[in-house]
Structure formats: C-alpha cells, structure tokens
Ligand binder design. Structure first.
Ligand code: HDE
Length: 700
C-alpha cells in the first residue's frame, strides 16, 4: 500500500492522530471501561481486508452514536438552559407555605430553559414567535416548575385545541415547510377561525415576539394559580418575571438578517453574558387577589386569553432570580430537562383554567416519550435536591430503587419498613367546592375575544403600533388565500379601525372586509395600560447592550480609549469589527485585536455602532459592500451611529450623511464618547423609521 499520508496506519507507527495516554491524560476506554489501543482503525483481516465482528470497540462506538438522538420536544424544541438561584426578598408566609417564599434572603436553586415554540431543534433563534420561559425551582419540598412564556396570554382557551393550533403553526404535512414561522396559510386559517386567539395575536404581532435578547424579556406564568398558606387559606396568584436590564426587541428586518448572520444569536448572547460574569437578573412579581376581585373583574380569571392589568392589581415584587451558571453539557441539562406543570409544591395550587388542566396531563406524558421511561426524575437536572423516598421501583434506567425488604405500604416491618405519609407536611390540595353537570362546553364568561386585544393595541406607542401593523401585513402577505387575509381584517375591525385600515391598505385590498360578528359586544373604553408597552418604560442605562466598533488601521487611539471606557462605565460591552480578523493597529502603534472580520460582523449583531477609521481606512472600506451594508443597515434600523470625521467617505458611499438626523454623533474629542453612549439609552431613534420605510408613508 502507498505511504500512509494521513499518518493513521498503526498504533506506534508514528501516525500524527495517535495521541497516546501519558502522565495525567486518562486512558480512552469503552463504555465497559476496557482500555482502547487503537481509535483510528477498525479490526481487519489484512490492511485491505474485511472488518471483523470481533471489534467490539467499533461496534459499541457505532451503536452508541446511532442512538444519540432523543425525540425533540413536539413544541419548544429549540431552547437554551442556564442555572441560577431565586432569592426571596420578603416572607410571604401569610399567603403561602411554598418553601422558596418563607424567609427574606432565602435562596432556592433554579434551572431555566428559554425556547421558541414552533421551530425544530435546529431552527434559528429569531423567528417571530412566542418565547418559552420555564423555571424549575429545586425547593426543599420538591421541584416546582413554573412553565411560562414571555407573553401573558395564550392563543386558545381549552387544551383540546392545542394539537390543532400547533399543527396549524408547524410545517404543512404534505410539503414539510415553512419552518419556524407563522407567515403561512394554515396558521392564519386556524387563527382567523378561532376568535379567542385575537388577544394573543396582538402580542405575537408586537415586538415582544422578536426579542433582542432572552435577557431583555418579561416572563409570565399565564394561568391563574393558587397560593395556599399553612392554615389552608387559598388566594389567587399570577406570576410575572421582570428583567432588570429592561425590555428590548429588534426590528423585523434585523431579525431576518440576524437569523442568517448568527442563527444562535440568543443563546450566544446568554452564554456570553453568564460566562463573562454579567449574570442576567429578573424580579419575580405576583398579582394576588381573592374571590371578591374575581367576581367583580369583567373577565374570567380562569380564561388564559385574558390578563389582569397591572393598573388594576399592582405587581408586588417578592424576589429576584439570578442566572449565573452555564450548563456543563447541553444535552444532559438543556435537552433532558423535563418540565411538568403538575410539579407544584405545598403552598402552590392549580385553578380550573382548562388549559392548565390539560397541560397537567400533557407534560408528564410527553416526558415518557422523550426520555424513554418513567425514571427521568433520576437524571441529575430533573432530580429533586431534597430527600426522595417512595416505593416506586424498576423501569428503564432505574438509578434509585427502594432499599430493604419492603416495597409496599402499609407494612409491618417497623423501622425498616420505609417511608410513611405525613398529613402535616404532605401536599395539601386546595379545598374547593365543585358542582355542575358533566358537559363539553365553553363558559359564557370566556366569550369576549376582542376587548383586551383592543386594550393591548391602544396601550402601545405609535411606533409600536406601526410595528404591529407591519407584522400583520408581512404575515398576511405570505398567506396565499385572499379569503383568509380578508377574514383577518374582518377581525381587526373589532379591535381597532385604524389598524384594520392600515392592514387592508398594506395588503392592497380593494374594499374593506365586513367586520366579523363578535360573540360579546366589544368593550371599547378599557383604559390603556402603560405596562403593556415596552417603549413606555425607558431604560435607565444601556447596560448589557453591545456596541459594534467598525475600525481600520490608524484609528484614533485616544478616541478609541474614551469610547471603550464610556461603554464599560455604562455596563455595556463592545466588539471590534475590522477588515481582517487579525485586528488593527491604532494611531499610537498599539495593536487592537478584532472580534469579527467585517464579513462576519454585520451591524444587526449590535445595539449601536461607532465607525472609528483613518482616512485611508475609510477609503478602503467605502469600496467594500459589507462595510457599506454595515453603515446602511445601522441607519435603516434606527441605530445611533458615532463616527470620526475621517469616516465621511464611508458614510457617503453608504448613502447616509451625519446631518440627516440627530442619530449621528461626531467623535472629535474624547468627551464626545459619553454623550453618544448616553443617547443610546433611547434604544433607537424611532423617528428615523418614518423616513426609511415605504409603509410609513401610508400612515401619514
Ligand atoms: Fe406547553 N408543552 N402546552 N405551553 N410549553 C410543552 O412539554 C402543552 C402552553 C411551554 O423548556 C411540551 O416537555 C399543551 C402554555 C413551555 O422544556 C408539551 C398546552 C404555555 C414549554 C406541551 C400547552 C406553555 C412547553 C412539549 C395547551 C405558557 C417548554 C415538551 C393545553 C404558559 C418547556 C414538553 C421546556 C412544552 C403541551 C400550552 C409553555 C407537549 C397540551 C399556555 C415554556 O407537553
């Protein structure tokens, strides 16, 4: 045989890929612990002969590889998990006996998995979609899973419709597409035939569905739950997570481009923040209320398509959650984590929300399919961090079986007889009187589908309303059937006539479709709620945001220093983008490494940009398409742009000029950096959007 050019012929033959154990390096073994001599070549009869079954290492390696995948989640397949802790800021023992809320300062470990809903495991991070926000509290009295979303309502009111909703949203069964998006006929067909989804649709078409970062989203428990105190008294509760760094989303055009530039945008952002010691933090808030409020409130508190506005019942902050610990292994933790809504601890209870009740069946059921047996609670990420004693035994992969002779109770084996129930410590179900005929029926009190959809819309700022109109036009313009498009506009007429008109115009409808008949008269005077808008809550600082600094050789060292110091003082970070990944040499001769080559660092990856270039650098970059796109996109996406005077030619070739609006910041002296960074707290120069978008003209 010819020379072994890959150097892999025989162990000990000097092949480069044979890395033999020595010193502290562990010896490679099979799963059975048998040391392996050769991991490069299978066992053959002669160098070119057939492979032998005797090669148990080869067979085991392939067997294991062939079985690496488990079924992905039927929804929320794409997700990202991180560990942390919850810290109570006050005792809630008067309201609930739930362990995490007993003492101020008490910490409970948590594992959180964020996710998209519709896309497969390998889909991009930034489709327009709801985000899952699932929190597992490892309490001293067992695991409590608060499996929520970043939107406080849901599409449907009854679990029996969930398979239909998801089928309609996911790829069509004949063609297997479109993937990870709702801009298609089946989704909008189902939605427009399900008026109960209208409130959720308003949220899903808002910027909430394209978050800039998982760190900048709210989370909601959605359903009404119960708090139950030590005396057995129960109150109703809704859960809210509020991000300490404020709320922020991207523009739709950015989302489209981010998905191409970095399909892992959200997970990378979260990993990097945790890894670099900037753990994201949320406050946990509750809205607590009683039967009297439930009776007087104009909507049913069991209806998961309704919120209770914060202005009606303020959100009381009861603790904070810090996510400070990345997983060690994605599969072991993020993929295998099994959230179950029915995992509640003493002090937390369910209500009769029909969606919640269906979920309480579905989550346990789905784990059996995904994790392959009833012992998924033995997997470390799912295992409670408190004592577990019972007589359940055996099954696939059992890691923990009862010890001793007794595997049943009652028994008369005395102290060896195993655990016993405890009426005092055991989980107390809320004592609730129930009555009624068994019927397949939807409560009359669930029949109002438009009033809160309207309230959400009128609570938004004009630019947020514009984005909702744009989103509806985009999604519906991908719907092929005209009758579905028209039906949606018919619904919108019950929500807001202006929105209906914008969408009809955007779709080019020749006449206004008739409004659909609402089951209940729409309440048109629900007061706007500022808490529903993202932009009505300005950021105190641009903390946690990322600046993109487009640089060239010869960039002014003093300005670079001033800018990066101002960025750091703000609690933000930056990345240098350069013509070459090797970085640039600053005006003082110091080498500055780059994080991205220009082709890999488009401005959509950053919250604000600065162009720090020499005259020669600007001249060179002004010939480069990606550099021009960098500037042009930053402008189109309403970002604040700082630039040195020498950047003029690049700005010009990118089709922008510093006097176009107040979103440009000249960096002439080091003091200018601070002014620029502070201006960025407005997130974007929203006024610019009206000058760069064709659809904006229709609104004027
Ligand atoms: Fe889920 N959902 N869901 N869901 N859901 C699942 O459970 C289901 C609903 C949510 O990161 C599945 O383990 C039904 C509302 C999140 O692992 C499955 C109904 C809300 C996650 C399931 C709903 C959610 C899931 C798929 C209607 C917000 C990801 C894999 C009755 C409050 C958890 C799994 C993770 C996952 C069923 C509706 C949130 C199939 C039947 C409402 C965040 O069991």
């Amino acid at each position: 045989m010819a020379e072994d050019i890959y150097g892999t012929r025989n162990p000990g033959a000097g092949g480069e890929t044979h890395q033999t154990a020595s010193g502290d390096t562990p010896v490679l073994t099979t799963q059975q612990g048998i040391p392996v001599a050769d991991d490069q070549n299978s066992l053959k009869v002669g160098p070119r002969g057939p492979t032998l079954l005797d090669d148990f290492h080869l067979r085991e390696k392939l067997f294991h590889f062939d079985h690496e995948r488990i079924p992905e989640r039927v929804v929320h397949a794409r997700g990202f998990g991180v560990h942390g802790y919850f810290e109570a800021t006050e005792s809630l023992s008067d309201l609930t006996r739930a362990d995490p809320f007993q003492t101020a300062g008490q910490r409970t470990p948590v594992f959180v998995r964020f996710s998209t809903v519709a896309g497969a495991k390998g889909s991009p991070d930034l489709p327009r979609d709801v985000r899952g926000f699932a929190v597992k509290f490892y309490t001293q009295e067992g695991n409590w899973d608060l499996v929520g979303n970043n939107i406080p309502v849901f599409f449907i009111q009854d679990a029996i419709k969930f398979p239909d909703l998801i089928h309609a949203a996911k790829p069509a069964p004949d063609r297997g597409f479109p993937q990870a998006q709702t801009a298609h006929d089946n989704f909008w067909d189902f939605i427009t035939l399900s008026p109960e989804s209208m409130h959720m649709i308003m949220w899903a078409m808002s910027d909430r569905a394209i978050p800039r970062s998982l760190r900048f989203m709210e989370g909601f428990g959605v359903h009404t739950f119960r708090f139950i105190n030590a005396e057995g008294k129960s109150s109703f509760v809704k859960f809210h997570w509020k991000p300490k760094l404020g709320l922020q989303s991207v523009l739709w055009n950015e989302a489209l481009k981010i998905n191409g530039a970095d399909p892992d945008f959200h997970r990378r952002d979260l990993w990097d923040a945790v890894d670099s010691g900037q753990p994201p933090e949320w406050e946990l808030g509750v809205q607590v209320f009683d039967e009297a409020f439930a009776d007087e409130f104009e909507f049913d508190i069991l209806d998961p398509t309704k919120i209770i506005p914060e202005e009606r019942i303020p959100v009381r902050i009861i603790g904070r959650m810090v996510l400070d610990n990345n997983v060690q292994n994605f599969f072991a933790e993020t993929e295998q984590v099994a959230f179950c809504t029915q995992n509640v601890v003493p002090g937390i209870g369910f209500t009769n929300d029909p969606l919640l009740q269906g979920r309480n069946f579905s989550y346990l059921d789905t784990q059996l399919k995904r994790l392959g047996g009833p012992n998924f609670t033995h997997i470390p990420v799912n295992a409670p961090r408190c004592p577990v004693h019972n007589f359940q035994q055996d099954g696939h992969m059992a890691m923990r079986n009862p010890v001793g002779r007794a595997n049943y109770e009652p028994n008369s084996w005395g102290a060896q007889g195993g655990p016993r129930e405890s009426p005092e410590r055991g989980y107390p179900h809320a004592a609730v009187a129930e009555s009624g005929e068994t019927r397949q029926i939807r409560a009359e009190t669930f029949a109002d589908h438009y009033s809160q959809a309207r309230q959400f819309f009128v609570s938004q700022t004009p630019i947020e309303q514009k984005h909702m109109g744009d989103a509806l036009v985009f999604e519906l313009s991908k719907v092929e059937r005209l009758d579905i498009r028209e039906r949606m506009v018919g619904h919108l007429r019950n929500i807001d006539q202006g929105l209906a008109k914008t969408v009809a115009t955007g779709l080019g409808l020749t006449s206004m479709p008739t409004a659909l008949q609402p089951a209940r008269p729409v309440i048109t005077d629900l007061p706007p709620s500022d808490a529903l808008s993202m932009l009505k809550r300005p950021l105190p600082r641009f903390e946690g945001r990322k600046f993109g600094l487009l640089m060239s050789d010869g960039a002014d060292a003093a300005l670079f220093k001033a800018l990066t110091e101002a960025i750091k003082a703000e609690g933000a970070i930056f990345e240098v983008i350069a013509p070459h990944i090797g970085g640039v040499t600053l005006s003082d001769g110091v080498a500055q490494p780059a994080g991205q080559k220009i082709d890999g660092g488009p401005s959509v990856l950053y919250d604000a940009v600065a162009i720090l270039v020499s005259e020669e650098g600007a001249a060179m970059l002004s010939k480069d398409k990606t550099a021009k796109d960098f500037v042009n996109d930053a402008f189109a996406h309403c970002k604040f742009i700082a630039h040195t005077a020498s950047a003029a030619v690049l700005l010009e070739k990118a089709g922008v000029a510093e006097d176009m609006d107040e979103g440009f910041f000249a960096l002439a002296a080091p003091g200018d950096a601070q002014t620029f960074v502070e201006a960025c707290r407005a997130i974007r120069l929203w006024a610019r959007e009206m000058t760069v978008d064709l659809d904006a003209a229709a609104l004027k």
